[in-house]
Structure formats: C-alpha cells, structure tokens
Design a protein around this ligand. Structure first.
Ligand code: GTP
Ligand code: MG
Length: 432
C-alpha cells in the first residue's frame, strides 16, 4: 500500500561470522510478519530433522542449500520489509572471511548498516581481534561510504542479560567505530537475543536496565538518503536505443541533479551535445526527472552510434569530468600474490568499464586503524588498504566521492574476481 510513498533505504547487515546476523534478521522478519508463519514452520521441521532447531530463523535468509548444510551465509540474501517511516531492502552479508568480497558488493549498494555483535563469552573478543571481521567490516563499511549505522548486541541470553557485559561490548565497539570515523554518541546499541526475541520488536523485561529503542524502532532513526537534486546533473548511460519516429533514446538512472524537457545536455567522454525532447519513466511521460529515477530520454541532434554504455550525461554548463588520472583509497579483497605499480586490471565505475593501470602506490593504510602504515610501498597484498594513483586506459567519467558519491566509488576486477573496491579522492581531468 503505502510502501511506494515511503522513502527507500538499502540496509546491509554486517558482522563477524556466526554472531547471529541471519538468525536475528530472520527473527525480525518473522515478528513483523514479513514472513509467512507456514514457511517458518516448514523450516522448523527441516531443521529438527538435522538436529539443529535453532537454525530455523537463519534459514529464512540463508536460502542456498550449501549454506543450510554448513550453517553459514555465502552469498548475499535480499529481503524487503517496511517500518513506520521506510521501505527497506535488506542485504544479509556473510561474515565468513572467504566471503568478504560478497560483503563488499553488499556494502557498495547500501545506504545504512546494521552491525551485529555477539555478546557471548569469547565471540565478541574474536570479532574485535586484529583478524576479526567485526573490525574488518566496520572499516569496510566506512570505506564504502556507509555513514549511518546501528548496532545490535546479540546473544544476550548467553550472558544472562547482564548489563555489565552489555556495557563492556558497547564501550569496545564504540571505540572501534570512533577510530574509523563514526559519530558514536547518538548511535543505538540494542541488546538482543535472536533466539528469544528480546528487544527485536518489543522491549524485553529481561533487560529492565535498557530503555530502548527496539531494533524495529532503531531502523527508523536512520535519516533519509539525500536526493541530491541540488548537485550537477549526472546520468550514467546504461543503453542507447534508436526508436523509429522518435529518434535517439539513451537510458539510465539519474544519480544527481534534475533533468528537464528542453535542457541542453552533453555526453562525456564523447562530448556530444543535444536537446532533450521528452523524458519517460516506466512508459509514462514526465516533464522532469530526479535522482533515483530510471529514465529513457529522447535527445535531438545525437546519433545512436555516437553514444555507448558508460558515457555520462550532464548539463552543458557543468559537464561530467573525464579523468586522465585519479587517486583512490582502496581495500584489496583478493589477490593471489602481490600488486605492484604497472598492474593493469579492469575498472568498474557507475556503468563504465575500462582497463586501468596502478601508476603509483602512494600509501599503505592500516585497515584496522585507518592510519598510514607505509609511505610509497613497493607492493600491496590481500587485506591491505592503500591510497593508489590510477590511470584509466580509455577516457572515462569519474568524480570525487566527496562531490558525487555514485560516480566516485569503484571496483577493480581481474579474471572475473573482485580484486579491490574503493572511493575516489582526487581527479586529474583530461585537458581539452
Ligand atoms: P554468517 O552468515 O555465517 O556470518 O553467520 P551469522 O552471523 O548469520 O550467524 P547465524 O545467524 O547463522 O548464527 C550463528 C549461530 O549462532 C547459530 O548457531 C545460531 O543459532 C546462533 N545464534 C544466533 N543468534 C543467537 C542468540 O541470540 N542467542 C544464542 N544463544 N545463539 C544465537
Ligand atoms: Mg548469516
């Protein structure tokens, strides 16, 4: 019903392996009745047969067979739910080390995150240890530009719902979050038990010392993601059609700014200029398009063959920037050996792809603290964070993450695997 009118948020659930992400969200979806009770009962039966009754909630999210049998999350799960204020798409990320790359894919699409931390003796400690994924995920989330976060301190049943343990975990996590740059003072830290359902949707009397919000209410403390209508117009092109009787129709999603019928637009890098004759979204004609709108727009004065996927449309008085070189902050997710200057994998940014060369390794960053670990390292490896100067092998539109986030985050891939992900901190424009 009203879901269309509520603002939409992409939520990623992050945290160390086995801290209860899938179980907590399964429980949550069950309690707000986003899931049919019949399905839960079916899972209950199956789980019982395996002698693992408590897995029933996690199964809601862990749909893949292998995940079920091993009891962990491998790929990203997607789910939809509503709160009073928002319409959410939930991305359940895996905590296991091998699957960090899937977690990044999830984070790169997210507006906000739920960090799940187990209060269980030994589990909290493992998560924040130097090799722990509580630490790693928090760092990655920040790197990928997720500025809004809430925390669930889960498995409170295993510590007798003790306030002392809650405070200990809250203090430790606060420190970690502050270190990577989150503003902690107003973050909700919700004590939960996914098993017993405490503070998930209703306040629990097992935690009389906790005054709220519940997890359900905490989701409404997020702010609406900005609709950057005041920023320069940017529409990365997904496809270009030539429609008989209409003309050239590029298709794409408005990322920033506003497009109106009658506007003069320029497509970069090809530098082709045209006039907008009409705009359509889902077969409906509109007079103007705003961020988030997927549109097709007819432009006069442009041939289909002059444009391609990966080009970006903007207004002629503020054209998209074409990068000669750029500096990015990256996190190396996977590499079999080591990366040195000269390495040339493939860059993916908005709808564009091009070979890109690592020109200079400027700094190695300690991924646990975010501080500089080494100036001008001769190589970087899996697990490292770094500042790198890149040169795209073909002209491509790239902008600073700080100015235009959707055009300023990127992935680096090689032979079908994600090598690194990051954000753009500086762009050197092509001279024209
Ligand atoms: P990955 O997706 O593999 O990273 O794990 P996860 O974080 O999704 O954890 P999952 O939900 O699969 O739960 C891991 C284990 O912890 C399972 O055995 C759960 O039953 C158990 N668990 C989850 N929540 C709770 C809780 O609140 N209390 C207790 N005692 N156990 C829990
Ligand atoms: Mg899981």
């Amino acid at each position: 019903m009203s879901s269309q009118k509520k603002p939409h948020l992409n939520l990623v659930v992050i945290g160390h392996v086995d801290h209860g992400k899938s179980t907590l969200m399964g429980r949550f979806l069950y309690e707000i009745k986003a899931i049919d009770e019949r399905i839960i009962r079916e899972y209950e039966e199956q789980a019982k047969k395996l002698g693992r009754e408590t897995w029933k909630y996690a199964w809601v999210l862990d749909k893949l067979k292998e995940e079920r049998e091993r009891g962990l999350t491998i790929d990203l799960g997607f789910y939809k739910f509503e709160t009073k204020k928002y319409f959410f798409t939930l991305i359940d990320a895996p905590g296991h080390r091998d699957f960090v790359k899937n977690m990044i894919t999830g984070a790169s699409q997210a507006d906000c995150a739920l960090l799940v931390v187990s209060a269980k003796e030994g589990e909290y400690e493992a998560g924040i240890s130097p090799a722990g994924q509580t630490r790693e995920h928090v760092f990655l989330a920040k790197t990928m530009g997720i500025d809004q976060l809430i925390v669930a301190i889960n498995k409170m049943d295993t510590v007798d719902y003790k306030q002392e343990r809650y405070e200990e975990v809250k203090d430790g996590i606060s420190k970690l979050l502050r270190m990577v740059g989150y503003k902690v003072s107003e973050l909700p830290f919700v004590p939960t038990s996914a098993w017993n359902g405490d503070n998930v949707v209703s306040l629990s009397d097992r935690t009389p010392w906790y005054k709220g919000p519940t997890l359900y209410e905490a989701f409404d403390t997020f702010n609406e993601p900005p609709r950057p209508t005041d920023k320069p117009l940017r529409i990365p092109i997904q496809d270009v059609y030539s429609i008989r009787g209409v003309g050239t129709v590029p298709v794409g999603r408005v990322e920033t700014g506003v497009l109106k019928v009658g506007d003069r637009v320029i497509f970069m890098p090809p530098k082709v200029v045209g006039e907008v004759k009409s705009i359509e979204t889902h077969h409906t004609r509109i007079e103007q398009a705003i961020p988030g709108d997927n549109i097709g727009f007819n432009v006069k004065g442009v041939e289909r063959t002059q444009l391609r996927r990966g080009d970006v449309a903007g207004h002629t008085n503020n054209p998209p920037k074409v990068a000669e070189e750029f500096v990015g902050r990256i996190f190396v997710l996977y590499h079999p050996t080591a990366i040195a200057a000269g390495y040339t994998p493939v860059l993916h940014v908005h709808t564009a792809t091009t070979p890109v060369t690592f020109m200079e390794l400027v700094q190695k960053i300690d991924p646990r603290t975010g501080s500089v670990a080494e100036e001008k390292p001769s190589f970087i490896k899996q697990g490292d964070a770094a500042i790198v100067r890149f040169k795209p092998m073909k002209p491509v539109v790239i902008e600073r993450y700080q100015d235009l986030p959707p055009l300023g985050r990127f992935a680096i891939r090689d032979s079908g695997r994600t090598i690194a992900a990051g954000t753009v901190i500086e762009v050197k424009e092509v001279k024209t």
